[in-house]
Design a protein around this ligand. Structure first.
Ligand code: FPP
Length: 249
């Protein structure tokens, strides 16, 4: 137990293990996703209570389009249902809703619900909840490179002006700080094309608990682990100051 808990400004989560949760119970995979949506509600509520400023959840990757059509359709329906049910709560709790990823690939119904939720929560400032939908880190970086190339081609930007800041400003996450902490549930230890640029100096905590079973206790234990980490960002940690009276009395 740490004596104080350091709260990350930006927490990102790879919500993994819904399918295995369902298979273990001889249920269809979509039942795991449904249960996973309940975890999303719990974790969003807890993060809001803890004062986490930015929460980003990996809900659907560019690779997930390759899953069986029934599962993809089920996930899209779940997303629409989730937004319909949660948007009033988000607005009431000051949660600003945001999406990153190739939104144009999402079905029309999902895009409409996203737009409605973004509009409903536009004046909320307590927390930013970002869903990564149809999101892939490589895809995001490729789109940013294309956008910069167009700016150069059309004379809005000089090649010498391309630096980390201009590059970051072309990413979907332009308005978000980099994550301080990444949590991945479900036992795998990889980042699976999530926030490739932004995770450069993030701390990572891997939990064996599958996402539907991930609750308040598991979140607090990940935050405790984060509190114990010493972040150096590639620098040298300053020596603890020597007492002026060392060796004195
Ligand atoms: C990974 O588990 C999870 C997903 C691909 C989808 C995440 C979706 C949810 C948490 C529920 C819906 C979310 C919202 C916001 C409504 P997996 O299916 O890859 O699990 P497995 O590795 O055990 O097969």
């Amino acid at each position: 137990m740490v004596s104080f808990m350091e709260i990350p400004r930006h927490l990102a989560i790879i919500m993994d293990g819904n399918g295995r949760w369902a298979e273990k119970r001889m249920l269809p995979r979509i039942a795991g996703h449904r249960e996973g949506a309940k975890s999303v509600r719990r974790v969003v509520e807890e993060c809001r209570r803890l004062g986490i400023g930015f929460l980003t959840l990996f809900a659907f990757s560019t690779e997930n389009w390759g899953r069986p059509q029934g599962e993809v359709d089920g996930l899209m329906r779940l997303l629409v249902q989730f937004l319909r049910e949660e948007a009033p709560q988000m607005a009431a709790k000051g949660i600003h809703f945001h999406v990153i990823g190739a939104k144009e690939r999402l079905p029309e119904g999902a895009r409409q619900e996203i737009a409605a939720t973004v509009a409903k929560t536009a004046n909320c400032h307590e927390m930013v909840l970002t869903l990564a939908l149809s999101y892939g880190g490589r895809d995001e970086i490729t789109r940013a490179a294309r956008c910069l190339a167009m700016d150069v081609k059309e004379g809005r930007l000089g090649v010498q002006d391309i630096d980390e800041d201009t590059f970051s400003s072309c990413l979907d996450t332009a308005d978000l700080p980099d994550p301080d902490l990444l949590i991945r549930t479900g036992g795998e230890k990889r980042i699976s094309n999530f926030l490739l640029w932004q995770l450069a100096y993030s701390e990572m905590v891997f939990s064996d608990v599958t996402w539907p079973d991930f609750g308040k206790q598991e979140l607090l234990s990940a935050l405790e682990e984060f509190s114990r980490r010493k972040r150096r960002f590639g620098l040298v940690r300053p020596e603890p100051e020597k007492s002026l009276f060392a060796g004195g009395r």
